[in-house]
Write a protein that binds this ligand. Sequence first.
Ligand code: DWN
Ligand code: SAH
Ligand code: ZN
Length: 410
Amino acid sequence: MTALAVSGCRICGGPVTEVLDLGRQPLSDAFLRPADLAGEFFYRLALGRCADCTMVQLVEEVPRERMFHHDYPYRSSLSSVMRAHFTGTGRELLATELTRPGAFCVELGCNDGVMLRTVAQAGVRHLGFEPSAGVAELARRQGVRVRTDFFEEKTAADVLVTDGPADVIYAANTICHLPYLDSVLRGARLLLAPGGVLVFEDPYLDDILARTAFDQIYDEHFYYFTAHSVRAAAARFGLELVDVRRLPVHGGEVRYTLAHAGARTPSPAVADLLRQERERGVTGVEALRRFAADVARNRAELVALLRSLKEEGRTVAAYGATAKSATVTNYCGLGPELISYVCDTTPAKQGRLTPGAHIPVRPPAAFADPYPDYAVLFAWNHAEEIMAKETGFRAAGGRWIHYVPTVRVR
Ligand code: DWN
Ligand code: SAH
Ligand code: ZN
């Protein structure tokens, strides 16, 4: 199973112009044991834009089974901010869309049950799709009903037979992971009740560009949505964009709501965001070219800083073995000689080496033992939560290195 070069837009078949090449990259969530080093998988990470529907997407597709399997390490519940976000989301769905007796909620990428446990605890009918068996099992332990499988047209059709139509299909940080979005949207249309909604939230292209957050680009993130590109994709499959809401999580996301075409009146927020996107030029190719220049500058500055700290004999570690950091370390060529180790709370990442760069991952307890002089904040999207826990680092004279939106030492 090698990566597939995509010929044309995965949604509409239109011509895709490549705008940013981030080079040869490993699987972003494949944390290695020493024995795995020989067989490491690589693909070419590059971003393209469809000239016809404006969808920004990767130009190579990694087979889904290579990314999402029983050892997939990411656990949504390890951040208290994200737990609160998803508890709030569950309560909101219960209060707005899941009110009729017998209402049915399907979640794609339910992970460890961080959102669906709230729906399950309310006694509401639900089903999570989660192909990564390890995290699916954690969700079951939270009382969540899970099918260890990929959602797509075929599996959606099965659920329609076994459970009937869905009032809500919800997905966080999952729809953008699915290159076969055509099949997913066909499946959603099939499974949604006439008045049902597909609600999904993913990193927002405008926030990525505005913050030079190039580390949001990695194998799992196949699409980089805007209201324009989502509206166009939905329309091809009989769905309509009826609401949008900007979210502060993960560095800036948008929650999109799709309904059957003509079933709901779009909220004023949709026209507003479409207008903002036109004004800001987010959907054009120029914004992406500017972004590519920003990314190259960001890399040069980060590499120069880390090399000079090394020459001065400073100790440098990192915090948060994120999927995002695979792009940073491999694009910038940062290995253990520049970043000695990275601390992370995820049990399945600890004691392993980061993909491609092979930086050792240690538990957070190792951070203060002793503190490094500098720490690169790879989990910058969780900055507040991490700063609140790690106040001892700065108190001991330690300094954080940020690279989003610009390289700076704090
Ligand atoms: O889209 C995706 C998002 C939702 O999650 C997936 N494709 C994969 C994953 O991406 P990521 O790894 O970049 O996500 P996070 O949430 O930025 O990862 C944070 C990492 O930092 C985790 O490995 C846990 C760790 N962490 C920590 O060590 N201490 C996190 C917090 C909040 C902490 O206090
Ligand atoms: N919703 C969680 C997890 C996001 S990570 C959160 O926001 O934190 C993306 C998840 O999608 C992974 O757990 C992965 O296993 C799952 N996934 C990948 N392909 C999928 C598919 N076709 N259907 C359902 N889930 C899928
Ligand atoms: Zn297209």
